[in-house]
Design a protein around this ligand. Structure first.
Ligand SMILES: [Zn+2]
Length: 264
């Protein structure tokens, strides 16, 4: 395409191959982390531009950093395409903003009534308690999460849940998360102090109190061996816990086919 409007930087919504890209201003860092060297223009949320007589603006979708609904107005008619969106605010991006329109084109990955999500705060409390119990028992807590969006939501949510009491141990992230974590931090999203596994001595006792955040692709990799007999879990809208201990099932509230299903 000559011009592509990108709702957000998940790989099923943002690909190479277009001549020009447009996304919401807060999404610049994460989109460039995904698609380096593209020709990218950005638009602050709510600011209007006109292209071939169509008025276009982008509005927060509450899904991941920089995610946007696209509002198009032409001939007195307003259409809004949602992109992936989430109604509950999670602190890692601008919250969803309802936009008045004549026609709404919605994603609805988790639209079936069988999907019911616990509130973010309850979810974070559960993950925090699991980590704390593991740390007290001297074993690492490995959580698999998709590298863009879900991982940062967990990291931010745990930090917020911990408050002044602090976290149960160090946070170790897989190298695959580093660039996107940096993009979130640059955008002002509070994340806990994080280390890479190589920053800790191989037999450091801290390894057994750590929360380890890794992409699903790291499962059964040699990278995990350093954490010994860890408890592991998978954070996803689709998935149950995987692993030997089967400690919990966590679901995330997000209408995104990418994060929860493993295609990203
Ligand atoms: Zn998405």
């Amino acid at each position: 395409m000559e011009r592509a409007v990108i709702t957000h930087a998940h790989s099923d919504h943002a690909r190479f191959g277009h001549a020009h890209y447009l996304c919401a201003e807060p999404g610049r860092g994460v989109l460039l982390a995904r698609l380096p060297d593209i020709r990218l223009d950005t638009l602050p949320y709510g600011q209007r531009m006109t292209h071939h007589g169509v008025t276009l603006s982008l509005h927060p979708a509450g899904h991941v950093l920089g995610s946007a609904q696209v509002r198009l107005e032409y001939g007195g008619q307003v259409w809004v395409a949602s992109g992936d969106y989430k109604l509950e605010a999670d602190g890692t991006c601008d919250p969803f903003e309802p936009v008045r329109c004549d026609t709404f084109i919605t994603e609805s990955t988790f639209g079936l009534p069988i999907y019911r999500w616990p509130p973010q705060a309850a979810l974070m409390a559960e993950i925090f308690d699991w980590w704390q119990a593991n740390a007290q028992a001297g074993r690492a807590s490995v959580i698999y999460a998709y590298t863009f969006g879900k991982a940062q939501r967990i990291l931010h949510g745990l930090l917020r849940h911990a408050g002044a009491n602090g976290l149960p141990g160090p946070v170790i992230v897989h190298g695959a998360l580093a660039t996107l974590n940096a993009a979130y931090a640059d955008a002002g999203v509070a994340l806990p102090p994080m280390s890479l596994a190589i920053d800790l001595a191989p037999r450091s006792p801290l390894l057994r109190q750590a929360l380890v955040v890794a992409p699903p692709s790291a499962q059964r990799s040699s990278w995990l061996r350093r954490f010994g007999d860890a408890s592991d879990a998978f954070a996803s809208g689709w998935m149950q816990l995987r692993g030997t201990r089967r400690a919990a099932v966590w679901t995330g509230a997000s209408r995104c086919p990418t994060m929860p299903t493993g295609r990203d």
